[in-house]
Design a protein around this ligand. Structure first.
Ligand SMILES: C[S@@+](CC[C@H](N)C(=O)[O-])C[C@H]1O[C@@H](n2cnc3c(N)ncnc32)[C@H](O)[C@@H]1O
Length: 263
């Protein structure tokens, strides 16, 4: 039970503070360009883990309708705030459903289903993956495409002693002000889950230190391909960066394209 709570926190806590999320990933643009390009060919897109719309908003500006599923109410509230600032036609192209990606059933099919930026790493067990892939198959048109990106397991990080701490540069947090910041890595080799503790120490007098947990399942490339295969899907392409480069030894990202398996 304790372990499940740990995973629940690791899938939710980082998404409780959309302002900090937006600040942290403000310069992450290559994936936005990639998914926007992929979505150009389609009129309707289903996004798992839509969050605050970092990817969905540019897709909707490009003309496609996006249905987004997410379990984080704060991230979806932030998306609603952002939508208010959009032209009415863009606003009309995004709809959201609050819920778990493993269980939400929309009763609709899409030519493109996306699951960007490590959202699939919050599927921690075989059962989680099976449940989600069932939903993906239900939501894909017969010739539809699933596109997702997950980080490549970095063996050096996973080999660290449990509790290894990495100090980062101090920075100005959107709500806590100037903070000292470090991350503590703790890899569970049996469950293949990397637990990251993001530790903030505000410099302003009277502010308490706080910690935000994040848990990411580590999927190795051949393991992920196998999961696709035995869940009725097949990989059609895999890339190692958002410029379409091959997956190689030094890649830190895997971008998978898949469709329903024909045989
Ligand atoms: C890294 S964010 C990605 C958000 C957005 N797609 C982006 O690229 O900025 C991961 C998102 O997945 C959501 N998420 C994690 N586990 C989920 C689950 N089981 N069901 C639905 N949403 C989930 C989180 O709430 C969060 O908004």
């Amino acid at each position: 039970m304790k372990r499940d709570r740990e995973l629940e926190a690791g899938a939710r806590a980082h998404f409780e503070d959309p302002q900090y999320y937006a600040q942290s990933y403000a310069t992450r643009k290559d994936d936005v360009a990639y998914y926007t390009r992929v979505a150009k060919k389609h009129d309707r897109v289903l996004e798992y883990g839509i969050g605050s719309g970092r990817i969905a908003l540019p897709i909707a500006r490009g003309g496609a309708h996006v249905v987004g599923i997410d379990q984080s109410r704060p991230m979806l509230a932030d998306l609603r705030t952002r939508l208010k600032r959009q032209p009415p036609e863009v606003r009309a192209r995004i709809t959201t459903r609050t819920g778990d990606m493993r269980t939400v059933r929309l009763g609709k099919r899409f030519p493109l289903v996306i699951c960007p930026f490590n959202t699939a790493l919050h599927l921690y067990t075989r059962e989680h993956m099976e449940q989600w892939f069932s939903r993906v198959r239900e939501h894909l048109e017969p010739r539809g495409e699933l596109v997702l990106d997950i980080s490549m397991p970095i063996l050096e990080d996973l080999a660290d002693e449990p509790g290894t701490s990495y100090a980062m540069k101090p920075f100005v947090h959107p709500t806590a002000g100037l903070v000292e910041y470090h991350e503590v890595f703790d890899y569970d080799r049996v469950r293949q889950i990397l637990f990251v503790s993001m530790c903030f120490e505000p410099k302003a007098r009277g502010q308490e230190p706080f910690m935000v947990p994040l848990a990411h399942r580590q999927y190795f490339p051949r393991e992920f391909e196998t999961l696709l295969h035995y869940n009725g899907l097949e990989a059609t392409a895999v890339y190692g960066d958002f410029q379409g480069g091959p997956l190689v030894q030094s890649s830190d990202t895997m971008i998978w394209h898949a469709r329903k398996r024909r045989k």
